[in-house]
Design a protein around this ligand. Structure first.
Ligand SMILES: Nc1ncnc2c1ncn2[C@@H]1O[C@H](COP(=O)(O)OP(=O)(O)OP(=O)(O)O)[C@@H](O)[C@H]1O
Ligand SMILES: [Mg+2]
Length: 309
């Protein structure tokens, strides 16, 4: 099922109306999520300090940043779980508190009812969003197949393994095909097969038009999802762009491990040249060579340099 893009304002529709001789203009779709200047304090802690982000239909935004950067607080505000002190949130033109069916959330801190089975969870969340009878049981079957939940659909959530619980939680976010998906570390503790099933499902949902915010500490997942990155720091988005835009030109690392167990590591934006130089200058037998492309750590370091941290 395609998720309709939110209606565009009449002023922007006029250019390609029936009386117009011009071909329809290609313009960026209206964002599904539009967040501006969110603030949230917990006592002395400024969890959000002017958090601004917009996500278009079909776009996956990889929300990354150090522990405590404000990612989960942002997800909690947008999902209507907590109220911000200031700023605005619009989900397809609605206040998220009044349009919960538009949003699907897989929270970082799992929220499942231990005595309810996985099927009961999926039916509950689907039912709350208006799915009934045949449509509801079809949606349960589809999500169960996508996320490999079928074999433990009738097991109480309290008896599931950590990774199985994480999958069931993701299912509650996906069941009603929301226009906006908020997935906060959905692959934490997931085995490789589970991770792959989730990434494939998220990618398909985005291809069907959903806007996705995907929080993770793993760059490889975001590359696989073809996500754009939003880097959070101290409660704000401090960098936004594709992985290629943000990482190109950053130094990676070359590491030689010697047979005596010691290492020589160099940060470099010319791995080949550096490796050749290091090997030529090595005075001890080399056991292994590791060349690492720039990753999120390198990105955070480069942003810290810009910030003067
Ligand atoms: N309920 C709360 N009471 C007090 N402080 C809080 C509360 N929730 C979050 N914080 C603080 O707000 C800041 C942002 O936390 P948040 O959970 O949003 O970070 P995060 O980016 O999701 O981190 P992580 O990568 O560890 O999940 C942290 O300093 C945290 O300690
Ligand atoms: Mg978090």
């Amino acid at each position: 099922m395609k998720i309709p893009a939110p209606p565009s304002p009449p002023t922007q529709r006029a250019t390609s109306g029936p009386g117009s001789t011009r071909p329809p203009e290609k313009r960026p779709a209206e964002p599904v999520l539009e967040v501006t200047g969110l603030t949230k304090r917990y006592g002395d802690v400024e969890a959000l300090g002017g958090f601004t982000l917009s996500v278009a239909p079909g776009e996956i935004v990889g929300l990354v940043g150090h522990n405590g950067a404000g990612k989960t607080t942002f997800v909690e505000v947008v999902s209507g779980l907590i109220r911000a002190d200031g700023g605005t949130v619009s989900v397809a033109g609605h206040d998220p508190h009044t349009a919960r069916h538009l949003v699907g959330v897989s929270p970082q801190h799992l929220a499942l009812y231990p005595s309810f089975t996985v099927r009961e969870h999926l039916k509950l969340f689907g039912g709350l969003s208006g799915l009934r009878r045949g449509a509801l049981s079809d949606a349960v079957d589809e999500v169960a197949a996508d996320l490999r939940l079928t074999e433990f659909l009738d097991r109480p959530a309290g008896f599931l393994s950590g990774g199985q619980q994480r999958r069931a939680q993701a299912g509650t976010a996906l069941i009603h095909r929301p226009a906006l998906l908020l997935l906060d570390e959905p692959t934490a503790g997931a085995d490789p097969e589970t991770r792959q099933a989730l990434l494939d499902t998220v990618r398909r949902r985005a291809d069907d038009g959903a806007a996705v915010v995907y929080t993770t500490h793993y760059l490889a997942e975001l590359t696989e999802l073809d996500a754009t990155l939003a880097v959070a720091k101290r409660g704000r988005v401090v960098a936004r762009g594709t992985a290629a835009e943000l990482l190109t030109g950053l130094p990676g690392e070359v590491r030689l491990t010697f047979e005596d167990g010691t290492e020589d590591r160099r940060s470099t934006d010319d791995p080949t040249g550096t490796l050749v130089g290091m090997l030529a200058g090595a005075s001890r037998p080399v056991a292994s060579v590791d060349v690492r492309k720039p990753d999120l750590d390198d990105l955070y370091r480069s942003l810290a340099v810009l910030d003067g941290d």
